[in-house]
Design a binder for this molecule. Structure first.
Ligand code: IVH
Length: 665
């Protein structure tokens, strides 16, 4: 494929991919399978790899995340991002309507009622139809430039070909509840602090400096405003319609209301129904529909007079706390959980609440038998807000932390700087259960069909004592278990077999070494290429790796210092689990190691070939020039990259000089 052909094909692929993005993420009507979609994207990335100068900022390939940033640039919003006044009752809503009418000298208004999405406010700037900047609200006047992170959100269009003039779209980035649960499950598996609620998770994800991590976060967007002076639209609800036509994702539940009674009806309706959505909404935003009226109403110092937010009452209920149960985690951490008399809370039955830790129970003076007020915020598991002390009968019993592990009866300890007690018995069945659950989980060995219940049986029957035992399970053993037939046993054995081929990084992650999450596991696999080498690495070697601090290094060393663990590693290896990976030719010794090349202009050999040449010699290539670039190789009619290289004083080579350089190495 020559350059011209590549350019044409890339353009087609981009339009096609973005069309499928829109069908999938915005219209919910996909036309092709995920596999077919991936194929299109892969083809595009191949072309862009061969012809890096064909990469455009609106290419769907840019959604996969780029190089990590040092920090975010600050951007000034062209129009300030204001906040809204809050109301908590119907009376206040009526006052808002009356105030509006007075201000408009008796002229009646229509309102648009929208769900107030509980996420992070963002602003998207498009120039020439291309997304050029995305920012957080910040203090309302200036925010952070989080463009790279926002590009990873597939429901944000990278192009809106219909409008060339500069416009800004505003909306809310949020994380779905199901996505939030998944993220937190993964974080727990990696021993990372879980997010408190989907809003924090969304905010945290947008603030990641490495957009390659943001891609993995299930973020979505709803756009609710279009700043475009020339749109000619006179009503807010028309703007929402226009935004949809342009390809933005607009929440479908907005409603045009003729008067405040209809608004109140909407608020009541959604106060009940909000639990049915897969995202959090904490209220309703009410906006005056007519743009001309909005202009007359104007703003107070902080917020528009033409809009207000109505906050839903918190979802709370009272019930009896029947028991405080203790759960033992993979690393032995013991967490108390409240077992509640089942109660209905926003449509679902609740029978458990988190109590966090011993101190929390003491602070709130929570006793078994108490009537408690529980609340469902953004969190999936509700929390105990307080004890309804007026309901105490005197029969309640204060909670006392047991002196032994509730599962194995072994010793428990509370490290000085931690809030949690831990069971220190490494053979505690609860720890084994959680360790195994982690080992087989999706991000680790991904052994399909091996769930909590099955592991529970295997542990109880002592068929598994450590994870290496998984690989010697037999069909007879599996069939002998409850709810296991011939077919399901075979399926499980097949998944176990398949798991032996997981990449080394997954195997390292699966081991459940404390503080070694999937990212660190990847780095370790890339550095050591085998479990043997990793297990022999000294503390100094480990600490020498970026990302690995003294705590993580000590944890890794401690893990492999255990004779028991070393024996398990040997058995994993004997069972045929992948414990080493091919080592790519060491880059350090190659003549161009550490050098960075950028090619620009037409060379007599294909760009891809030139790149391959330098890569084979250990160099890296890049599509843009920076002060880190070592050489810019320019062909005929070089463009801005050549100019930039000149400005930065980067060494520039024409084709002949380039060939000479290669020859002289
Ligand atoms: S309109 C002038 N509409 O709520 C402000 N805001 O305090 C116009 N929010 O951080 C905001 N859903 O990001 C508007 N449908 C919606 C919204 C919404 C959520 C957020 C917004 C802002 C806060 C307003």
């Amino acid at each position: 494929m020559n350059r011209k052909q590549a350019e044409i094909r890339a353009g087609r692929l981009r339009r096609e991919i973005e069309r499928h993005n829109r069908l999938y993420y915005i219209e919910n009507q996909p036309e092709i399978s995920d596999y077919e979609y991936d194929q299109l994207l892969e083809e595009l990335m191949e072309i862009e790899k061969a012809f890096p100068d064909l990469v455009t900022p609106d290419s769907p390939s840019q959604r996969v995340g780029g190089a990590p940033l040092q920090g975010f640039q600050t951007v000034r919003h062209s129009i300030p991002m204001l906040s809204l006044g809050n109301t908590y009752s119907q009376e206040e809503l009526r006052e808002f309507a009356a105030r509006t009418e007075r201000f408009l000298k008796g002229e009646p208004s229509q309102f648009v009622a929208e769900l107030k999405i509980d996420g992070v406010a963002i602003s998207l700037r498009y120039e020439n139809g291309i997304l050029v900047q995305g920012a957080t609200r910040g203090d309302g006047t200036t925010g952070d430039d989080v463009t790279a992170n926002l590009r990873t959100i597939r429901s944000i269009p990278l192009r809106i070909p219909e409008i060339r003039r500069a416009i800004e779209a505003r909306g809310e980035v949020y994380m779905t509840r199901s996505g939030f649960e998944r993220v937190n499950r993964e974080r727990l598996a990696e021993e990372e602090e879980p997010f408190a609620n989907p809003r924090n998770a969304a905010a945290g994800s947008l603030k990641l400096l490495d957009s390659k991590l943001t891609v993995r976060r299930p973020l979505e967007v709803f756009i609710y405003d279009l700043a475009d002076k020339e749109s000619g639209l006179t009503l807010h609800h028309q703007k929402l319609g226009r935004l949809s036509e342009l390809g933005f994702r607009v929440n479908p539940y907005h409603r045009l209301c003729r008067g405040i009674d209809e608004v109140i009806g909407y608020c009541d309706e959604w106060a009940d129904k909000r639990g049915t959505l897969d995202y959090d909404t904490d209220g309703v935003v009410i906006k005056v529909d007519a743009v001309s009226q909005q202009e007359r109403l104007g703003f107070t110092a902080k917020s528009p007079r033409w809009a207000i937010s109505y906050k839903f009452p918190a979802i709370q209920a009272t019930t009896v706390l029947q028991e405080i149960r203790l759960q033992v985690g993979r690393t032995g951490a013991i967490t108390p959980v409240a077992v509640l008399k089942p109660v209905t809370l926003s449509g679902s039955t609740v029978s458990r609440a988190t109590l966090h830790n011993e101190d929390e129970i003491r602070r709130k003076d929570i006793r078994v038998g108490d009537t408690v007020l529980i609340e469902k915020g953004g969190e999936i598991i509700p929390k105990v807000v307080k004890v309804v002390t007026g309901r105490r009968t005197g029969k309640e019993s204060p909670f006392r932390m047991p002196s032994a592990c509730p599962v194995c009866g072994g010793k428990i300890e509370r490290p000085e700087d931690e809030a949690a007690w831990r069971c220190v018995n490494p053979f505690c069945p609860a720890q084994l259960q959680r360790t195994l659950e982690h080992f087989v989980s999706r991000g680790a060995m991904d052994i399909e069909g091996m769930g909590e219940a099955l592991i529970g049986q295997l542990v109880a029957k002592k068929m598994i004592r450590d994870y290496a035992d998984i690989f010697s399970l037999t069909k007879e053993q599996l069939v002998s278990l409850e709810r296991m037939g011939e077919k399901s046993s075979e399926n499980i054995l097949n998944s176990i077999e398949r798991s032996k081929n997981r990449p080394l990084s997954r195997v390292i992650f699966a081991l459940g070494i404390r503080h070694v999450g999937s990212k660190t596991a990847e780095t370790l696999a890339e550095t050591f290429h085998s479990l043997d080498d990793l297990s022999q690495a000294s503390l100094e070697e480990l600490e020498g790796i970026e990302e690995v601090g003294p705590v993580v290094a000590a944890s890794i060393r401690g893990f492999f210092d255990s004779a028991k663990n070393r024996e398990v590693m040997r058995r994993l290896k004997d069972a045929g689990v992948r414990t080493q990976e091919k080592r790519p030719a060491s880059r350090r010794e190659l003549p161009l190691s550490g050098k960075r090349f950028v090619f620009t202009g037409a060379l007599s050999l294909p760009r891809a070939e030139a790149e391959e040449k330098v890569k084979a010699l250990g160099a890296a290539t890049s599509s843009s020039v920076s002060k880190n670039t070592d050489y810019v190789v320019y062909g005929e009619s070089p463009g801005s990259k050549y100019q930039k290289a000149q400005e930065l004083g980067v060494k520039c080579l024409d084709e002949k000089e380039f060939m000479d350089l290669l020859r002289d190495l």
